[in-house]
Design a protein around this ligand. Structure first.
Ligand SMILES: [Zn+2]
Length: 61
């Protein structure tokens, strides 16, 4: 199975990957959200942004 990795937030294509059909269920705990042959995830940039926002949010209550 051939999959495309796309960022949830900015829609940028992060890459492609080939996954065995039997492995598509192997990511239940990951941040990946697989829809069809597209794996929605977060690019490093958006992930960092999200972490910063989370930290800031907790600081400013
Ligand atoms: Zn992104």
């Amino acid at each position: 199975m051939f999959m495309l990795k796309v960022c949830h937030v900015c829609d940028s294509i992060l890459g492609e990957m080939e996954v065995e059909d039997s492995l598509t269920n192997a990511y239940p705990d990951s941040i990946m959200d697989v829809v069809g042959n597209v794996a929605y995830t977060l690019c490093p940039e958006c992930l960092r942004q999200l972490e910063l926002e989370t930290e800031t949010g907790s600081v400013y209550n």
